[in-house]
Design a protein around this ligand. Structure first.
Ligand code: ADP
Ligand code: MG
Length: 695
């Protein structure tokens, strides 16, 4: 057992217990080995193979002491999820002399049959193997289950030829790219050399429903979303769920989740009710980007499993319910230079100049490469969310807040604004520049990319997505922007501050079209964005197009993040994933309509028909009108249902995914209308008003 320091309060007594942390390393390894390993972990230096055996031995002993019987390389294939293949520590075959082993070789590299993971054509059929390699920048950890535990080693996953078959490899490459570019900029500002880190805090939204409802919904079980369901009379109109008191049953679940996360060293911080009924959010404190990505993947797993053991189902789909808010994964991003957050307005003119330069670099990056960011958020699930009810629009724009927008205008025009009396002369890097205001009051929830005081919050990513994908793009395009700024500054002669001022002015003039402070949900913005020439890529098929554009492929190749072959593969995988998911949704929708809804409607209709003919025969004076009206509605619905099912069947057999989506939507209208006509007790699916409110 790790001895707790006095500073660790009782309630957090198990924090980090299941992590092969720096503390554990210092305790279990000889000093020299520990130092080498820590250098590798902190500065992403390659691991010295000579120490691998020692590290593995210590890791094994530590894992065995935690009750682990198995180890696994833990990686993030292009399915969007995580993968693991367990091996027990048993090495010898004779039970009389049971030997447990875990070698440096086991730790550093592994081989996995990659033939069933998506490769988008990167892996030739004769070379089906994939290779996993330890990423020492993310510490090993223990994953527990009901009656045992497994040592997990975070790894990258590549093909025989070294092509990335995962989301983590390009992320690590992009972190290096943006670090290098940041160092270059800081050198121009004559800052002492510091370690650059990219920071990420990923806010995770999710729905919780009672598991019994979940089990009765074939659509939720198979697609993660409800393909049918009429909106209940009351949903989120009263705004009474957001930040509301958390129900005891949910709080018990949340506490269990937090405790498991803390054990894994995941700094779970905020938990609250979200806008839609039955919707919640969990946010950790930000961490080094790579670690934050791993932690988010683990967080999703812990949420799902803990929900199950608490009689809930945790829905991580971007739009499980139509008509109420969907779920996102807000990715808060910044750059740190040593201890300093470069997106935090500074305390003196020089810091402010750096801040404004980095800010301008981000603005330039988003304006030039919004299409690639949009591509990184494309998925069948997120298609329902982006641009839909209360979600950020599919057009990527930047929100800066009033104060900072004013600062930007002042730089652009070179004139102080009348409204901001505090500022006299705004020059970059000279003493007249007052401290910039930390603008924390502005919160524009309709912007997909918002500056929130000391970081950018990218809100377009979907709740189920691996944030490595969008973060990799963000790092790369910002690296390119920082380099472009450095290129210019290095080539300019004369006074650095004057040059910088002129450069920032030009940058803002050129890229201000991507800045937008208004209501991102409004139709007017859609038109305005089109006028400004901002790309609007409404669905997955359109949104993934930029992956195969030559200019984008060149950029990612130049930065050593993705080769054209790797980008083509990602395009192919995304397209295939989209097509297959829509195919599954269509098939589920068809089956539910034909085998669950139609029999109930038909039965009700035929009963009605019998009642009508009986009423006629008996010459009843009342009731006939009502029966007739209802039978007309039900009969028309039944006909509609038939026609639309046939159409969907045809689209599934011969049409593309977009046709399937359109026919499904039309069929849904009919089914949802029938839901309001048929005897409530006989409706074959749990309704929205039950799933969203009864838990
Ligand atoms: P909200 O955006 O809901 O108001 P916060 O501002 O507290 O919430 O932050 C949301 C997320 O942003 C948290 O995960 C937080 O740790 C993260 N965050 C804060 N500062 C940074 C930073 N410098 N870099 C990356 N993420 C950050
Ligand atoms: Mg936020």
């Amino acid at each position: 057992m790790e001895k707790k320091t006095d500073s660790q309060p009782e309630a957090f007594g198990t924090y980090g217990d299941d992590v092969f942390s720096e503390k554990v390393i210092a305790r279990l390894l000889p000093k020299k080995v520990a130092e080498k390993l820590l250098a590798t972990m902190r500065d992403s230096k390659p691991l010295d193979p000579k120490i691998a055996d020692d590290v593995a031995e210590a890791m094994k002993r530590w894992a065995l002491s935690k009750g682990a019987t198995h180890f696994t390389h833990w990686f993030q294939p292009l399915t969007g999820g995580t993968a693991e293949k367990h091996n027990s520590f048993i090495e010898s075959t004779s039970p009389a002399s049971l030997k447990v082993e875990f070698s440096g070789k086991n730790l550093i590299g592994g081989e996995a049959d990659a033939s069933s993971f998506p490769s988008g054509g990167l892996r030739s059929t004769f070379e089906a193997r994939g290779y996993t390699a330890w990423d020492p920048t993310s510490p090993a950890f223990i994953k527990r289950h009901a009656n045992g535990a497994t040592l997990c080693i975070p790894t990258v996953f590549c093909s025989y030829t070294g092509d990335a078959l995962d989301s983590k490899t390009p992320l690590l490459r992009s972190m290096q790219a943006v670090s290098r570019a940041t160092e270059r900029l800081m050198k121009l500002f004559r800052q002492p050399k510091e370690h650059v880190s990219v920071t990420l805090g990923a806010e995770q939204e999710y729905f919780l429903i009672d598991r019994s409802y979940y089990m009765e919904r074939p659509d939720l079980l198979q697609t993660g979303r409800t393909v049918y369901g009429a909106a209940p009379a009351k949903h989120q109109q009263l705004d009474d769920h957001y930040y509301g008191a958390i129900r005891p049953r949910v709080l018990k679940f949340m506490q269990e989740v937090d405790e498991q996360l803390w054990r894994l060293g995941i700094p779970a911080k905020t938990r609250h009710n979200e806008v839609a009924p039955a919707q919640f959010e969990l946010a950790p404190m930000f961490e080094n980007q790579n670690l934050a990505v791993d932690h988010n993947m683990l967080m999703m797993e812990v949420l799902r499993q803990t929900a199950e053991s608490n009689g809930f189902a945790c829905l991580l789909h971007e739009k499980p319910f139509e008509g109420v808010n969907g779920s996102g994964k807000h990715c808060n991003w910044s750059l740190a230079y040593g201890d300093r957050n470069l997106l935090k307005p500074g305390r003196n003119p020089k810091e402010n100049a750096i801040f404004l330069t980095v800010l301008s670099a981000v603005i330039r990056a988003i304006d030039l490469h919004a299409d690639m960011l949009r591509a990184a958020t494309a998925s069948a699930g997120n298609d329902h969310r982006l641009g839909a009810n209360e979600a950020p629009p599919a057009v990527i724009s930047i929100f800066l807040g009033d104060e900072l927008s004013a600062v930007m205008r002042e730089i652009e025009t070179g004139k102080p604004e009348k409204s901001s009396g505090r500022r006299t002369k705004l020059k970059i890097g000279v003493d007249t520049l007052p401290p910039l205001p930390a603008d924390t009051t502005d919160r524009n929830r309709t912007s997909p990319f918002a500056f929130t005081g000391n970081k950018f919050e990218f809100r377009a990513p979907g709740s189920s997505q691996n944030c490595a994908v969008n973060q990799m793009v963000l790092n790369t395009i910002v690296a390119e922007s920082l380099d472009a700024i450095c290129d210019k500054l290095e080539a300019m002669e004369g006074d650095f501050n004057v040059n910088l001022q002129n450069l920032l002015q030009r940058l803002i003039r050129k890229h201000k079209r991507v800045l937008f402070s208004g209501d991102g949900y409004s139709g007017a913005w859609k038109d305005e964005a089109a006028k400004r020439g901002l790309p609007d890529l409404p669905d997955t098929i359109a949104a993934i197009g930029p992956l195969v554009e030559a200019a984008n492929q060149k950029l990612f190749l130049d930065y050593g993040v993705l080769t054209p072959a790797e980008m083509n593969a990602r395009h192919e995988i995304a397209l295939e994933d989209y097509t297959r998911r829509i195919g599954i949704e269509g098939a589920v929708a068809l089956e539910i309509a034909r085998a669950m809804v139609r029999p109930v409607v038909a039965d009700e209709f035929s009963k009605l028909a019998t009642a009508i003919s009986l009423a006629k025969k008996d010459g009843l004076k009342v009731g006939q009108k009502g029966l007739n009206a209802l039978s007309l509605k039900l009969g028309a619905g039944l006909d509609d249902l038939h026609v639309k099912c046939e159409r969907l069947e045809k689209a599934l057999a011969h049409g593309g995914p977009q046709e399937v989506v359109a026919t499904m939507r039309s069929l849904r209208k009919t089914v949802d209308a029938l839901e309001g006509l048929v005897d409530d007790g006989r409706w074959p699916l749990p309704k929205y008003r039950e799933m969203l409110f009864v838990y």
